[in-house]
Ligand binder design. Structure first.
Ligand SMILES: C[S@@+](CC[C@H](N)C(=O)[O-])C[C@H]1O[C@@H](n2cnc3c(N)ncnc32)[C@H](O)[C@@H]1O
Length: 283
């Protein structure tokens, strides 16, 4: 007679399988996949270890385990993630927002001095940065710009989900041609991976996240060059351009900002001590 699949037995099997597939935290991911399908939180999972799983549950779990085993990111399997302690829908059309990007949100808040200010988020993706800032800056107008219409649809749903849609505008445009308007803050986490860094990326990123969200020409600096060139004409006097950077890019991006006439250029490290944000002011 076939052995019963209890929750604990399946959790152990999935953990071993994910480990063989080279996944970093196999036990955690196994717990999260099972918890998602069974609509339990992780404590609920632990309380139900001895529960036998029925055929429908096993049928629902199997394809997700297989996809994660092929290194598809967990967030694309569950369709959700958290950023700035807010819930975000994610699809393969958008980059999965990274915890490190919260440093950019913090810096934007540190530089958001105006009342009723205006903010432009360039390359908004899921809308993580723009929407987090909109929740903090209730009297600001926030424009979320992306070249991808599929990404903008996800961002618009996330704005609804987080109750900030009324404050926000969504704009499909190329960052080479920013709107002819002057903002108090321009923030961006643009594509910044150089072509020759591509092979170093984890399979989760390289094979599943949108290439358009990751790769930038000019040794990874092309978007910064375009943003810096437009910054003075698109910022209010005293306004700031703040960008996330790759950890090797602080020098080059700071220089691009200074060459474009931005003042008080600074670099902010993330909590792992890596340079993460460059800012410059239109004085
Ligand atoms: C690194 S992702 C950042 C997504 C999101 N802001 C975040 O931090 O999670 C870069 C985003 O820039 C968008 N993008 C790429 N090239 C662009 C361009 N030329 N003009 C406007 N947006 C662009 C991509 O579609 C993608 O959504």
């Amino acid at each position: 007679m076939a052995e019963t699949w209890t929750l604990l037995r399946l959790l152990r099997w999935t953990t071993d399988y994910f480990g063989e597939k080279g996944i970093d935290n196999p036990r955690l991911d196994a717990e999260l996949v099972l918890a998602h399908v069974l609509k339990l939180d992780r404590v609920g999972l632990y309380l139900n270890f001895e529960r036998p799983l029925n055929a429908d549950e096993l049928d629902a779990i199997r394809p997700l385990v297989k996809r994660r085993g092929q290194r598809e990111p967990l967030q694309y399997l569950t369709g959700q993630t958290e950023f700035w302690s807010l819930p975000f829908e994610v699809t393969p059309a958008v980059l999965i927002p990274r915890g490190d990007t919260e440093i950019l949100v913090e810096e934007a808040l540190n530089h958001a001095d105006a009342a009723n200010g205006s903010l432009l988020d360039v390359g908004t993706g899921s809308g993580a940065i723009a929407i987090s800032l909109a929740t903090e800056l209730a009297d600001w107008q926030v424009t979320a710009l992306d070249i991808s219409s599929d990404a903008l649809e996800v961002a618009a749903r996330n704005a609804e989900k987080n109750g900030v849609a009324r404050q926000m505008q969504f704009l499909q445009a190329d960052l080479a041609e920013l709107p002819q308007q002057q903002y108090d803050l321009i923030v961006s986490n643009p594509p910044y991976i150089a072509r020759d860094e591509w092979d170093e990326l984890m399979p989760e990123v390289r094979c599943f996240e949108p290439q358009q969200a990751l790769l930038a020409a000019g040794n990874g600096l092309d978007c910064y060059r375009k943003l810096a060139a437009q910054a003075r004409s698109r910022l209010q006097p005293g306004g700031w351009l703040l960008v996330e950077i790759g950890f090797r890019q602080a020098e080059n991006v700071s220089q691009l900002f200074r060459d474009a006439g931005l003042q008080d250029v600074f670099v902010r490290d993330d909590y792992a001590g890596q340079p993460r944000v460059v800012g410059g002011c239109n004085k």
